[in-house]
Ligand binder design. Structure first.
Ligand code: TNX
Length: 502
């Protein structure tokens, strides 16, 4: 017998778990039933079947239930009346003869499915057939998130990551119930999204990257495909066009955007704060309106991120003018603006969301104006910080950030003097100055991202000593998923060698 953990090693930690006696075993004749005719629920059931088929080798047919489920089946049921589950909550009941997943919404069912995956042995994530058995101890889980915004930001501007890489990241983040993918699409070193009315942005502005690499960009079609992939996993893509600073790539593409009307030279270093749009030229706002209009049309979610960070080359008065005007443009396209915290120096709309990263005073100013916060404290959740002195990737301006530091903080303690109602949630940024491959991305993001996911989902009172035991169980799971995570010291990872991908 291996050690029997006192908890199911689910991350993020569920609100309530009641263990029972005995076990359910998923067998070759299991079926997945959907109770009720809801197209989204059926899609969630198919998603579950597709995840489980490769490793189990079972057929796992999905059907809309006409007769009672048979012993050994999995049932997904939408119960719109059950208010205690909230918009994203769910219940998982594992009995010896049946697994039942209940939720009020398809998103809740999806999270029940993600929990069920984590209750099965890690080898279930293998792309190749595994021996099993596929057993789950009897239990009941009630779960719902603490915050509605549980985000990951990926900087695809400093180095480009293609649609395939980003889809894979969406699959991984959604396994841990993260629901916002903020794409930092533009910066000094590159412009990564095609804008039909402004073709030079991709003809010119997309062709550079940090270190002089080839850059790259998303076509509208591929971007729409990415957004759809995310939606199917209940992830909202929040696109960011960073302005009025961090715009050198745009200034290389359109000379009319620069103060002197001369196109900027490409930039491939990693300094910040040297570029700015021309705040007092009307042509700037025609540009902003074109870009945000097209982006809004590609965005089913409610939010457009318009940057606003580090405006070191914009006069303070010009900066305030720009922030106020850009919020109006976002609003005119039917979206809510989210901006980095510096924007709190300007007048904010009450619908604005402010992303805190560094200065609690600015975060308080935002709340004082009626805005909501997304918390990205750089000393905790900047996934681009080094773990320790020996890290081969990462920066260190916000300090070294080991796995414990990224986990062991509470969102209510980040900005003194505000209340939990002012906080939409948490988000972990992954800036890409120091990484340009999947291996580098995996290494910086995993396993720290799992801790941030738990900070966003699970109630206060989390405990590092207990978490590290659960996290250890995710080593083999991440391995089976092909994730090149950092096997950080201080976590009791099970021994290597039984690689379930083989
Ligand atoms: C600060 S945090 C930035 C980014 C850099 C990052 C590197 C913020 C809003 N801006 O431009 O990529 O530091 O850690």
């Amino acid at each position: 017998m291996g050690r029997a953990p006192a908890f199911p090693p689910v991350i993020p930690k569920p609100l309530a778990v009641a263990p029972g006696r005995g076990a359910f075993e998923l067998g070759p004749s299991a079926r997945i039933h959907v109770d009720g005719r809801n197209a989204e629920a059926v899609r969630v059931a198919r998603f579950l079947a597709e995840r489980l088929r490769p490793a189990t080798g079972f057929r796992l047919p999905v059907s809309v239930k006409r007769r009672p489920a048979a012993a050994g089946d999995v049932v997904l049921a939408l119960a719109p009346g059950n208010r205690s589950l909230g918009d994203e909550g769910y219940r998982v009941r594992v009995e010896p003869g049946l697994v039942r997943l209940d939720a009020r919404t398809p998103a809740g069912l999806f999270y029940a499915v993600q929990t069920l995956r984590q209750l099965l042995p890690a080898a279930v994530e293998s792309p190749r057939r595994q021996p099993g058995p596929w057993r789950i101890g009897v239990l009941t889980i009630h779960d719902r998130p603490r915050f509605g915004w549980r985000g990951l930001m990926l900087d695809v501007a400093r180095h480009f990551f293609d649609v395939g890489e980003v889809k894979r990241l969406i699959d991984l983040m959604s396994l841990y119930k993260l629901n916002r993918l903020h794409l930092h699409l533009t910066d000094d070193q590159g412009w990564r999204i095609a804008i039909r009315s402004r073709p030079n942005l991709t003809r010119v502005g997309a062709s550079t990257a940090v270190g002089g690499g080839p850059g790259g960009h998303y076509t509208r079609r591929r971007y729409a495909e990415l957004v759809k992939h995310a939606r199917r996993r209940f992830v909202d893509v929040v696109p960011e066009v960073d302005m009025p600073g961090h715009v050198n790539a745009a200034l290389t593409s359109y000379a009319e955007l620069t103060p002197d009307g001369v196109a900027a030279a490409p930039y491939t270093g990693i300094e910040v704060g040297f570029s700015s749009l021309s705040i007092r030229k009307e042509s700037t706002y025609a540009f902003v309106d074109d870009v945000l209009g097209e982006l809004a049309a590609l965005t089913p979610g409610r939010y457009l991120h318009v940057g606003g960070d580090e405006p070191l080359s914009t006069e303070p008065e010009d900066y305030r003018f720009f922030v106020e005007r850009v919020q109006r443009i976002v609003h005119s396209h039917g979206k809510r603006a989210i901006l980095w915290e510096e924007a709190a120096r300007a007048r904010l709309r009450r619908s604005a969301v402010i992303q805190h990263w560094h200065d609690p005073e600015l975060a308080r100013r935002a709340v004082g104006q009626g805005a909501k916060l997304v918390l990205s404290p750089s000393t905790r959740v900047y996934l681009d910080m080094k773990y320790d002195r020996d890290s081969p990737h990462g920066l260190e301006w916000a300090g070294l950030t080991n796995v414990r530091k990224a986990y062991d903080w509470d969102p209510s303690g980040v900005v003194a003097g505000i209340s939990e109602r002012d906080v939409l949630g948490v988000e972990a940024p992954l800036w890409s100055e120091t990484i340009d491959t999947r291996a580098g991305l995996d290494w910086l993001a995993f396993p720290r991202l799992l801790g941030v996911a738990e900070a966003g989902w699970s109630p206060a009172g989390r405990n590092w000593r207990e978490y590290r035991m659960r996290l250890a169980e995710h080593g083999p799971r991440l391995e089976a998923l092909g994730v090149g995570f950092h096997r950080a010291a201080g976590i009791p990872w099970p021994e290597v060698g039984r690689n379930p991908r083989k």
